[in-house]
Design a protein around this ligand. Structure first.
Ligand SMILES: [Zn+2]
Length: 218
């Protein structure tokens, strides 16, 4: 049996000598005040490490992770994280990131009967309905259907996010926070952009600009 805990502590010593101390100015600055630029909503899966996959230093992202990267509309936890992130830390970009080979997604597809997991995954039922329809139309294999379900789940969770009163009220006033939908491929380490929130923000800004010009003409 390996000494996992010992390895973690040895890893920390290496982090201190190889990363922290050589970049001490940076780490002392974030020790005083965190100023993350991104709010990350991802899966708890051990392979999906947001800072590592994006080559980011600690201090870049404010993070919420749960089984199957779900935005639960009745979850005080995620609501508090969102409020702190966008109101207090003034984060302008939120990323909802799904990933391939997600156990939560497979459980949504296959059905799960354990109490808490089943209750939690209920929140993604709408994604399963969309995936069922698409799979029937395109005659997809199980593997292809899981890929569709993973993407539909990211889209559904973004819809939930946009429906939360905090975000809805902010979007009524302007394009921020921008919301991005990503897919991380555990087989290759690469990210696919499913929804580019930079585009959406541009459109919203242009639309707002047109509206104000029209308003000026009136
Ligand atoms: Zn997962």
């Amino acid at each position: 049996m390996g000494d996992t805990i010992g390895e973690l502590l040895t890893g920390n010593a290496k982090f201190v000598s190889g990363e922290f101390l050589p970049n001490e100015e940076y780490y002392q600055a974030i020790a005083t005040k965190q100023t993350p630029q991104v709010l990350w909503i991802g899966c708890s899966d051990s392979r999906v490490s947001e800072h590592q996959m994006t080559g980011s230093k600690p201090g870049t992202m404010f993070v919420h992770r749960n089984v199957a990267n779900i935005v639960a509309f009745n979850d005080v936890n995620i609501s508090a994280i969102l409020e702190y992130g966008v109101v207090h830390l003034k984060i302008q970009d939120i990323i909802v990131c799904g990933h391939t080979r997600c156990g939560g997604i497979a459980a949504i597809e296959d059905g799960v009967h354990e109490n808490y997991i089943a209750d939690w995954l209920c929140i993604a039922t709408g994604a399963k309905e969309s995936a069922n329809r698409i799979a029937a139309e395109r005659k997809l294999s199980r593997e292809e259907k899981l890929a569709v379900l993973t993407e539909e789940n990211v889209k559904l969770q973004i819809k939930h996010l946009k429906n939360l009163a905090l975000i809805r009220n902010m979007h009524a006033k302007g394009p921020l926070p921008r919301i991005h939908g990503w897919l991380y491929r555990v087989e290759t380490g690469s990210i696919d952009v499913l929804i580019d929130g930079r585009d959406d923000g541009g459109k919203t800004r242009r639309a707002a600009g047109k509206k104000s010009k029209a308003a000026r003409r009136r």
